[in-house]
Design a binder for this molecule. Structure first.
Ligand SMILES: O=C(O)CCC(=O)C(=O)O
Ligand SMILES: [Fe+2]
Length: 350
C-alpha cells in the first residue's frame, strides 16, 4: 500500500480521476484546406464529429515552434515569477472549483492587448502565431458558410474579424504526472483538463507530439463505438441536444496539423446541426504536453441564434435568444463539465 504524506494527499485532492481507458482513434477527419471539396468535407466533419484536423493551413511551422519554445521558457520560470504574469493559472480552471494537472496562460487574442509586459521575443511569437491561426479560423468559418450555402460567405467569420471580437488564446502546459499519484489510482487516468465543450464559435488547437487530448463520440452517429474498438468507456452523456452516451477516444497527436473544434455558439447558430464536441485531456506520466488554442468568439453584444437561412420551413429554434454576454455571465457560475447551453435550451432535453 502506498502511504502518502499529508502534503501529497493535499495534492491528490486537487485532482480528479476518470475511470475510463481510451483507445487511439484513427478516424479523425483530416481536411486539406486547399482541396476543392474542403467546404463539403468541413460541413460533414462538423455534423458528424464537431472535430477534425486541417492540413495545408498556411501557418508556418516556424511560428508554431517559436511560440512553443517561448512558452517552454515561460513555464520553466520559478513559480513566483509565473504568478506575476497576466493570465497565469495553475491547477485551478475557472472560478468554481475545477482543477486539473495543468498550468496555463489565458490571454486575450486581441492584437492591441498583446501583452506589453511579456518579453519582446514572446510578444512577437504570440503575435505571429495568433494572427495566422485567426486567419485559419476565419477560413474554416468561410468554408462552413460555403458548404451550408449561407450568404454572405462571411456570415460567421466576420464575428472573429470584428474589432470587438471576444476571442481568447490559451497555452496549456501539462507537466508529467508523478508516478506515485498514477500508482495510487492505478487503472485510472489523472485528469489534465476536465471534460467540457468550448463556449465560442470555433477553436483551433495545436499541440506538441504528445497524446492526451480525448474527444467524446456520441453513440448512434457516424462514429459509433463499433468503429473505435474496445477499451472505450461511457461518458456522462450530458450533451443536452443529442442525449445518449458517449465514447471517449484518444486523438493521435499531430504537430503539423491544426485541430478544429466546433464550439457552443456554432452549435446554436446551426440550430444543433453541428455539435459542440465534448473533450478532455488526460495527464501523462512521462512527457510534458504543450497545447496552444485560439478560441474564436463574437463581440459581447452579438445575438447568438440559429441563422434564419438554415432553418427549414416550420423549424423552430432549439434555444431561447441570448447574447454572447448573457452566455458568459451564466457560464461564469457553472462548472467546467456542465452543459452550459442547457440554460438556454427551449426543451429541457435531459
Ligand atoms: O490542451 C488541450 O489539448 C485542450 C485543452 C482545452 O480543451 C481547453 O483549453 O479548452
Ligand atoms: Fe477545450
Amino acid at each position: 500500500m502506498v502511504v502518502l504524506s499529508q502534503p501529497a494527499l493535499d495534492q491528490f485532492s486537487l485532482i480528479q480521476t476518470c475511470p475510463y481507458s481510451t483507445s487511439l482513434f484513427n478516424n479523425i477527419p483530416s481536411i486539406d484546406l486547399s482541396s476543392p471539396n474542403a467546404n463539403a468535407l468541413t460541413v460533414e466533419a462538423c455534423q458528424g464529429f464537431g472535430f477534425f484536423k486541417v492540413t495545408n493551413h498556411g501557418v508556418p511551422l516556424e511560428f508554431m515552434t517559436n511560440l512553443e519554445s517561448e512558452a517552454i521558457k515561460f513555464f520553466n520560470l520559478p513559480r513566483c515569477e509565473k504568478d506575476k504574469a497576466l493570465g497565469y493559472g495553475n491547477r485551478r480552471i475557472g472560478p468554481n472549483g475545477d482543477v486539473g494537472w495543468v498550468e496555463y496562460l489565458l490571454l486575450s487574442a486581441s492584437p492591441k492587448l498583446i501583452h506589453q509586459k511579456n518579453p519582446e521575443s514572446f510578444r512577437n511569437a504570440l503575435n505571429d502565431y495568433v494572427s495566422s491561426v485567426k486567419r485559419v479560423a476565419s477560413k474554416v468559418l468561410k468554408l462552413i458558410a460555403q458548404g451550408l450555402r449561407v450568404e454572405p460567405r462571411n456570415a460567421f467569420s466576420h464575428l472573429l474579424k470584428h474589432q470587438k471580437s471576444d476571442s481568447l488564446f490559451r497555452i496549456n502546459h501539462y507537466p508529467p504526472c508523478p508516478e506515485p499519484l498514477q500508482q495510487l489510482i492505478s487503472g485510472q487516468n489523472v485528469v489534465g483538463f476536465g471534460e467540457h465543450t468550448d463556449p465560442q464559435l470555433i477553436s483551433v488547437l495545436r499541440s506538441n507530439n504528445i497524446s492526451g487530448l480525448e474527444i467524446c463520440l456520441m453513440s448512434g452517429g457516424c462514429c459509433s463505438s463499433d468503429s473505435v474498438g474496445s477499451g472505450s468507456g461511457s461518458g456522462s452523456g450530458r450533451d443536452g441536444i443529442r442525449g445518449g452516451d458517449c465514447t471517449w477516444v484518444s486523438v493521435p497527436p499531430d504537430d503539423d496539423s491544426l485541430f478544429i473544434s466546433v464550439g457552443d455558439c456554432l452549435q446554436v447558430m446551426t440550430n444543433g446541426r453541428f455539435k459542440s464536441v465534448r473533450h478532455r485531456v488526460s495527464a501523462n506520466n512521462l512527457n510534458s504536453r504543450i497545447s496552444m488554442i485560439y478560441f474564436g468568439g463574437p463581440p459581447l453584444d452579438t445575438k447568438i441564434a440559429p441563422l434564419p437561412q438554415l432553418m427549414e420551413e416550420g423549424e423552430e429554434s432549439l434555444y431561447q435568444e441570448f447574447t454572447w454576454e448573457d452566455y458568459k455571465k451564466s457560464a461564469y457560475n457553472s462548472k467546467l463539465g456542465d452543459n452550459r447551453l442547457g440554460f438556454f435550451q427551449k426543451s429541457s432535453g435531459q
